[in-house]
Design a protein around this ligand. Structure first.
Ligand code: PNS
Length: 195
């Protein structure tokens, strides 16, 4: 019997309830689903890859057929390495579609045998993005119901550390970037999708 393995690649900085919703949907249609965190040295993430992995592992421990991994390089190369047949991606609104289509077609050009499968998260998460969660949390807004409890807790820890740095207390560690309450990412990229 043919078993279908899929990867769900992304930045997950941080993972949200929208991601979790998609993981749950993906776990129902694929035999195996690997949530694959991109190790991207060019990005300046809020959470280290290790932290993101821990959060995703905690969030997905209830799913028998879901695992968490990290990768670098091309997504299609990673998919081939782990012998996946499909790439799962979420589309929240029409604004995601153009970027996702471009990526799916490029991935197909690179690896024609690999299919991209798009799924829609629940409508209540259609406005939700990691970027907005970071921004709301950093500016002191409530992120309850937007992220799982473990992520909310980790975000609060990060923000407390950042506030201590602002007040001149605390010591730097590689995992505790001095991000101020009002400091948000303003980096401009050509992509339109907000992760
Ligand atoms: O959560 P994100 O940031 O929207 O995820 C984007 C991701 C990781 C899926 C995309 O940037 C990616 O696949 N990067 C790996 C490098 C690669 O394969 N680039 C070509 C994509 S067509």
């Amino acid at each position: 019997m043919k078993r279908i393995k899929a990867i769900y690649p992304g930045s997950f900085d941080p993972p949200t309830n929208g991601h979790l919703d998609l993981i749950e949907r993906g776990s129902k249609i694929f035999d195996e689903l690997v949530v694959a965190i991109l190790r991207n040295p060019e990005k300046d993430p809020l959470f280290s890859v290790a932290d993101r992995r821990k959060m995703l592992e905690a969030m997905t421990e209830g799913f028998d057929n879901v695992s968490v991994d990290t990768f670098d390089g091309l997504t299609v190369d990673y998919a081939l390495r782990v012998e996946a047949q499909a790439i799962l991606r979420g589309i929240r609104a029409i604004s995601d579609y153009e970027y996702e289509l471009q990526m799916a077609l490029m991935n197909r050009k690179l690896q024609p045998g690999l299919e991209t499968v798009f799924m829609m998260p629940a409508a209540k998460y259609s406005y939700l993005s990691s970027r907005l969660v970071r921004e709301v949390a950093q500016l002191g807004g409530s992120i309850a119901c937007l992220v799982p409890e473990i992520v909310e807790q980790k975000l609060r820890e990060k923000i407390d550390i950042a506030n201590k740095f602002e007040n001149g207390v605390g010591t730097a560690t590689s995992n505790a970037e001095p991000r101020g309450k009002t400091k948000t990412k303003t980096k401009t990229t050509t992509r339109t999708k907000k992760s």
